[in-house]
Design a protein around this ligand. Structure first.
Ligand code: MN
Length: 236
């Protein structure tokens, strides 16, 4: 391909226990999918249909334990927050999936962080403007290795947690998801043709809070390993 400037590598994520990479096509995210987090964001726990937003594929920051990822404090924010999440990695095409068969398109699962410029998100939300810039930015999606379904099955329960500087900030259980993975994929596939390489961040438990440069984050999900990053100073 003849291009006017050098091209970049396809964004990708590690595959646990393998030299293979999981190539990333789209990143979809679910909002408010744990009742206690919905409350802390000013909503209620009523079971409304899930809502979705996206991040660019190149927002991924692949991290393989025991390595610790480096994520820069983002531009233009004074309230940069963590959201630890179960990430679903899609391996087959799917449109308008019934929940009963939606898991057939899942290739694997990973631990991810939906990093958020909360001040921008809330300001835009209050102005009824799109809040993309609160969620879609450089390095907004650190993610650990994808664990293939062949190795871990489809985790529906198990602890999900995040420690910041050694203190537990977020803690929950996958069983507390308002919309479980099959229903999330069923809803999402009404709006988008899900394709191999897509990632779906499934929402975060309560306890989101602001970060500063130098903070160390250690998170994990039972059966899916851990994800650790440090927050570096913003890029000049
Ligand atoms: Mn989130």
């Amino acid at each position: 391909m003849d291009t006017p400037f050098p091209t970049w590598e396809l964004p990708s994520v590690a595959v646990a226990g393998s030299a293979q990479r999981f190539p990333v096509r789209h990143i979809y995210c679910v909002g408010r999918n744990y009742a206690e987090h919905a409350k802390e964001m000013g909503g209620d726990a009523a079971k409304e249909p899930p809502f979705f937003f996206t991040k660019p594929a190149d927002a991924v920051v692949p991290v393989v334990p025991p390595a610790v990822g480096r994520v820069h404090y983002p531009l233009a924010s004074k309230n940069y927050q963590h959201e630890i999440e179960l990430v679903v990695a899609i391996g087959k095409r799917g449109v308008d999936l019934p929940p009963e068969s939606a898991l057939e398109i899942v290739w694997g699962y990973a631990v991810g962080l939906d990093m958020t410029r909360r001040d921008l998100q809330i300001d835009l939300r209050e102005k009824k403007r799109p809040w993309d810039v609160g969620k879609s930015f450089a390095e907004a999606a650190p993610i650990g290795p994808v664990h293939p379904v062949a190795a871990v099955g489809h985790p529906a329960r198990g602890r999900i947690w995040l420690d910041v500087n050694g203190t537990t900030r977020q803690q929950g259980d996958l069983a507390e998801l308002i919309w479980d993975v099959p229903h999330t994929l069923a809803f999402l596939s009404r709006y988008y043709e899900l394709l191999p390489g897509d990632l779906v961040f499934t929402g975060t438990p309560a306890g989101v809070a602001a970060l500063v440069p130098g903070d160390r984050l250690d998170g994990g999900i039972a059966g899916l390993g851990t994800l650790s990053i440090v927050i570096a100073e913003a890029r000049a």
